[in-house]
Structure formats: C-alpha cells, structure tokens
Design a protein around this ligand. Sequence first.
Ligand SMILES: [Zn+2]
Length: 469
Amino acid sequence: MTTTSDSAVREFIAEHRPAFLDDLADWLRIPSVSADPGRAGEVRRSAEWLADKLRSTGFPVAEVWETENGGLPAVFAEWPSGDASAPTVLVYGHHDVQPAAREDGWDTDPFEPVVTDGRMFARGAADDKGQVFFHTLGLRAHLAATGRTAPAVNLKLLVEGEEESGSPNFAALIRKHADRLAADVVIISDTGMWSADTPTVCTGMRGLADCQIDLFGPSQDIHSGSFGGAVPNPATEAARLVAALHDADRRVAIPGFYDGVVELTEQERELFAELPFDDTEWLSVAKSRATLGEQGFSTLERIWARPTAEVNGIWGGYTGPGGKTIIPAEAHLKLSFRLVAGQDVEKVRQAVAAWVTAQLPAGIRHEIVFPGATRPCLTPLDHPALQSVVRAMGRAFEQKIRFTREGGSGPAADLQDVLGAPVLFLGISVPSDGWHSVNEKVELDLLAKGVETSAYLWGDLAEHWNAAD
Ligand SMILES: [Zn+2]
C-alpha cells in the first residue's frame, strides 16, 4: 500500500540521494580505526564531523562525549519532539571502523569510497557509518513529508567510537550519562538482514559468560609408574569435566543452567522455519562437516534461541615429541557459555562454580575465574515498538518482514540494562557486505530502504506508542 505520504517520502529521498551519498563518502574517507592508537586523531575527527553534520541536519543538541581512561569519543545528539506525550527513542550506532589496508586484498583503497554497480565500497560503508547515516536523511524526509518542524518522537542518537575495540568504556559512559540517555526504546542500527530478498528485523542477541578453570594435582609432575593409578590426575579430571558438560541429548548438564530460560514460542518457531535456510549451505559458511547440537531444535533455533556451553581450550601435561610417563601437576580449561533471555549471568556463574566443585575429587585443587560477561536481550514479537519497526520496514520494502535473532553478543545489552528500555535492531546490511573483511560495501538501494524505513518509523511509533500504553 503506497500512501501519499509514502510517495512524498520517496520523492524527497530520491531528490536528496546524491548529496547524501557524497556526504557519506566524505565521512568514510576519515579512517576512524579505533584499534590503531596512531589513528586516535582520526576517530576524533570522525566524531566531530558527525556532530557537525547532525547540527546541520537540525539537531539542536549534538555533542562529542569523552570516554574514561583516555578512550575514544562518542557523539550524542538530541532533538525533542515538542509533543508532551511523544515517546523517547535512542538510536545507537558506532563511528569507528575495523582496520583496513589495500595490502589486505582490497580491490580499491578502503578509505577512498568507490561506487560501482549500485554499491559503495569502503571500510565502514555497512559497519557502521552507512547505517548510522541513513537516519539523517530519514529524519529529514520524515519532517518534509509531514510538515513537522521537529520529529514525532523525542529522538536521541548515541554513536560510539570504540565498538570495534570491544567497547571498553561504553558501560561507564552510559551509566555516567544515564539521565540524558533515558529512553522508552533503544534502536540499534548496527546489524543486518537475512538477505536483500528477505528483509528481516532482529529481535534479540544472546549473552556471553566465559571462564578459565585451572586444576592442580601433585605439587610437581610425578612418575606414572610409581604413583599412577593411586592419586588423582588433573588432566584426567579436566577431561571428565568436559565429558560431563553435556548429557546424551547434548543439553548442558550443569544443574540450574537452564533456570529462567525464555522458551521459544510456537509462533517464533514457525516464523524461523519460514526463512529460506539450508543446512548444507550454512555448513559451508560454518566450515564444518555436520551439524550437531541440542536435541529437538533446528540449527537456527540452536544458534539464536538456545543457551550453550563450549570448550574453547583444554591443555595440560606433556605434549612434546615422544612419550613422557607422568601424572601432570596441572591442567586447564577455557569454557564459554552463550546465554539467552531469562538467564542471569551471576546465577549461571554460581551454577558453573558449584558444578565444578561437586565434580572434582579430593586431591584436586581448582581455581575458576570469570573474566567478563554480556547479558542477553530479547524483545517479544508483540512489543509495540517492534510492531512499529516491522510496519515501517514493510512500507519501505513493500514485502512481509520476517524475524531473526543474533547468536552473537554485543553492547546492546548494556543499553537495555542501564536504561531499562527494550532494545530493537534495525539494519539493512546483508551477509555479503563484508563486515570486518576486505571490499566492505553497502548496497545503495538497501541503504535507501533504510532511509525510507527511518522516515516512516518516528510517526508510526508516536501514533502507536500511546495507543498501546
Ligand atoms: Zn558494527
């Protein structure tokens, strides 16, 4: 269904598309590589460039925010709606990029954008400058098509400068500015869709907890002839732990691990099953020869909606040439757990620690360290803001919008936790865009769909938010 306002939006976007792409190219020329200390100045230049651009877009507030520990700056912008009942939306993205050099195998200079065949090639084109930038033209199209002088929602933008370096100061930054960042809903524009033909919206990400377990037996390596068979062996105990991690159905066997897990609804399972997914094709991407996982779930369900335990590393004892008949003094394990909505990081850690203690025999001392964790996040399908995103995308793409989740983990959960707001993911990137790889690009027609979605979204949210309250 194309309404008058939709054609007004499309006309506006078509008219301003060339200048919009020129601006994006200017931004992409700034090599804002956060991992490279030598380019800290470029990350700063990128932040200032964006703040300037947001001011000229009309944002009355656009500031460069410093991070702690001499970290790299973020950009914050805000444009109040003026309507007392309008919801507040915070859009998240990042302006730093992964390292890139011509020598890595790029066909063209990664920091000199080139447009060919409807695609713009440059580092950051999709991850994430292009996807941050589509909101600027989207907002202008929203204003032009509705005749408003301010957006229909209270719009806030937070664009991080350290995402590609693991967001070391992000949680502290949002805690410090929690008052100014307060929002009813958070929209992350740093994700992708299933494919150009199958537009999707992502509804959640898994969380992550990891640990190292160090096992200590005899105070030094000892003779397996003199002592073997009569004292505990830490390498054997490490292997026994790993073997006990899953049951015969490949479910995680740690008591309490599944406590609170939000189960997939029948509707979600049906919707996932409708996606054009092929295990064989997926295996070629996975570089694996077979699928294997928790019984009773499809591959997509396993990676998107089920928690996991993985052994990332196991070592100990003698591994050199020939044999060495010892009982080693120590052995070590690195485990990681992907978590889903409803699981509590602290409770999972306690369950893992209690399980390890219960499994080990007397004579094996152990230490367990949990270095970091990311919480899972999930927005239910019937959430009104998610419904708005789906309607806005549906108008832009003129197709049914389907749902995905993300198996990985990211800073989105910090926003959900600190701001206490649901997190949604709106991205137009496709798997072939080459994130973190050579020849990164963005499809210009999809970028325009992102602009269009953004143009419809604010009015839809304002209209339906209060109705849902
Ligand atoms: Zn990104």
